[in-house]
Design a protein around this ligand. Sequence first.
Ligand code: EPS
Length: 394
Amino acid sequence: MIHLTTAGESHGPALTAILEGIPAGLPLQPDDLQADLIRRQTGWLGGGPYRGASPRMKLEHDRARILAGVMDGKTTGAPIALLIENADHAKWKGRAVDSMTIPRPGHADLTAAMKFGFDDLRPGLERASARETAARMAACSVCRKLLAALGISIGSYVVQIGSIRAGLSAMALEERLKRAEENPLRCPDASAQEKMQMEIDRAMKAGDTVGGVFEVAAVGVPPGLGGFAAWEQRLGSRLGAALFGIPAVKGVEIGDGFAIAAVPGTQAQDAIRREGDVLTRASNHAGGIEAGISNGQPVILRAAMKPIATTISPQESVDLASGEKTETRYERSDFCTVPRAAVVAEGMICFVLAGAVLEKCGGDSMDELRARFDRLPRGAMGDFQLDPKPKIFW
Ligand code: EPS
């Protein structure tokens, strides 16, 4: 129902995004996209980036221009075109650039060279760079706006950086999401947050990088999004694919994911209860998705990010021009991107959920969409039509 294409190289003139399928009538200004662009760069809205974000984040002041699909401050239903200029491009334009022939293990350098037969590694890494997520973020922020108009909100928080884990088991989801916005590492646990910054500082001092784990939550998601009739309809498969589409993400879980594999079946489910006229659940191990369909509980996803491949300390490699054993050379990069990736993940979830809502409800205008969305069943007893009579099915 909705489709997103981005284009642009990390140090080219600009990044662009075309987002198709957003209904007409959604109020949209460049300022609406600004908060997410700043959060993607710095981790939060409270000031500059954390220590260990790429120095590029201080050079770029990402701002999206809306080139198409919006008239008189409202979407028209036509494709939305967005453009973010690369400030760093000025340093590259017209300049002869030294060849790059030594691939960094873990980056796109080697796989791109093998795949495309490049005579230099830059054409691969320029597009593979996580700079692309700026364009994605702007487009996904449009999806966030659509979801917000329907009462669906998406947030994220960091649960682990390197070996430091946040202690969040006693903290309600709402509190986690609120506290994540109060520090650039997006960690709701203040004492863990300090240790996480020290972990990043240690990695920087050692010329190394550090990975981690973040969680993304969507609140207000109605029951019934996704499907199980085909594997690609499953909401989990779509959300998982979207998270795996973020550079350096190597693991994804839904709800209690891998941990639930170790407990008996009777303890792994979320008991169904009736409170007055509505059904409630005793827990949310399922992360808001059962059998590929949203169940009305918060949708919770977790993603593990490997440490960034670009390190100041050299790593073993081979010069592809000479064939000689050698070591990697340093290119400017982040030392830790986990908090920034968490914000990108919010965007990806916004994109998938906006698509799933439009698939379920349709509508060419926001008014049509909203009217259909408001009529969706929410799991009240009166919504069910079960009949206890026996039936002959086949
Ligand atoms: C990024 C821009 C890039 C990197 C980083 C993310 O800019 P530059 O290469 O000029 O420093 O800082 O890219 C990566 C982490 C990567 O692996 O490519 C951005 O805007 O997010």
